[in-house]
Design a protein around this ligand. Sequence first.
Ligand SMILES: NC(=O)c1ccc[n+]([C@@H]2O[C@H](COP(=O)([O-])OP(=O)(O)OC[C@H]3O[C@@H](n4cnc5c(N)ncnc54)[C@H](OP(=O)(O)O)[C@@H]3O)[C@@H](O)[C@H]2O)c1
Length: 332
Amino acid sequence: MKAIVNNEYGLPDVLKFEEVETPTPKDNEVLIKVYAAAANVGDWFFLTGKPFMVRLDPGGLRKPKTTILGSDVAGRVEAVGKGVTQFQIGDDVYGDLSNSGLGAFAEYVTAPENVITHKPENLSFAEAAAVPTSGVTALQGIRDHGGIQPGQKVLINGASGGVGTFAVQIAKSYGTEVTAVCSTGKMELVRSIGADHVIDYNKEDFAQNGQLYDLIIGVNGTHSLSDYKQSLNPEGTYVCIGGTVPHIFQSMILGPLMSKKAGKTIKGMGSVKINQKDLIVMKTLLEAGTVVPVIDHCFPLNETDEAFRYLGKGHAKGKVVITVLQANEAGI
Ligand SMILES: NC(=O)c1ccc[n+]([C@@H]2O[C@H](COP(=O)([O-])OP(=O)(O)OC[C@H]3O[C@@H](n4cnc5c(N)ncnc54)[C@H](OP(=O)(O)O)[C@@H]3O)[C@@H](O)[C@H]2O)c1
C-alpha cells in the first residue's frame, strides 16, 4: 500500500510518500481502507519530535518508532480480527488512533474496535475524519473538565481552529451564551457556527474589557493564567486545552495552587482520553446537525507534507483534512 512515512524527526520535508507493507489486523482489530484522515497538532509534535517528551512516549529518542502518523481516520472496514464483535466487512467507520499506534496517513490502517465507531451517516468521509481528536477534545474539555451548565457565559479563546470550531458548537449545544475570540478574518466563520459574541483579538483584549465568564476554554492564544483568572466570575472555571507548551504545563502545575487562593478553578485538561463512548456522543451531535465539522482545506495523501506546512503556520480555519480515496473512486 502507499503511505506517508517519517523515518526521522523534522519539518514536513521528512515526510515521504512510499510503498509499505499493508498491516494485518490482530484479533481485536479491524483493517480499515482509509478514505480520509486529518492533520492534528499532535501529529506535528510527533513529526518534529518536539516537545522532547513525545520522544519518550510513544518513543524514539533519536528517530521515531512510529513511522506512519495520523490519528483521525474515516474509512471502510476491509477485514476483521476473529475477536471483533461490533463491526463487519463493509461497515463505514470513523475513529481516533492516538493511543493505538497512529498510521492513518496510508491506504490501510488497523484499529482496535474500541477506538472507532460507525461513521455519522450524514457526513462525507472527509467531514467524518475531521472530527475525532478535535471534537472529542473539545467535548471533554467543556463537559468533563469545564462542568458546563445551561445559561452560563462561556468564552472560547482560539475559537477558529480545529478544536475551537468544535468547542464553540458544543458549548452552544448546552444552552450557553458563547463569546468566541479569533482574528479579524475569522469572525464571520465563528458567528456562522453559533457564537453569540465575537472578539477580534487584534482589536480587543478579552482580559481587559471588564467582561467576566463562568467558563473559559483556552484552546489557543497567549494570555497568562492571571489574565484568565481575572476574567472569571467568582466561582468560574478556566480549562486549558492547548496553547504554548509552557502555558499548558503552568495550567496543570500552578492551576491547582492558584485555584485554592482564588476560590476559582484553574486547570489544564491534560491529554484527551480517547474512547468509543465519546465518539458516539459526537456522532449523535453530528447526525442531529447540532455540530458541523468546519473544513479549511483537503489535501490528497501524497501532499500530506503540504498539509503540515499549512497546519504548522498555526492559522487554520477549522480542520485540515487528508483525502486518501475520493468518494467517486470508491463508488459511493
Ligand atoms: N489536550 C489535548 O488532548 C489536545 C488535543 C488536541 C489539541 N490540543 C491543543 O489545542 C491547541 C489547538 O489545537 P487546534 O487543533 O485547534 O490547532 P489549530 O487548528 O492549528 O488552531 C489554529 C487556530 O488557532 C488560532 N489562534 C492562533 N493564535 C491565536 C491567538 N493569539 N488568539 C486566539 N486564537 C489564536 C488561529 O486563529 P487565527 O488565525 O485567527 O489567529 C487558528 O484558527 C493546540 O495547542 C493543541 O496542541 C490539545
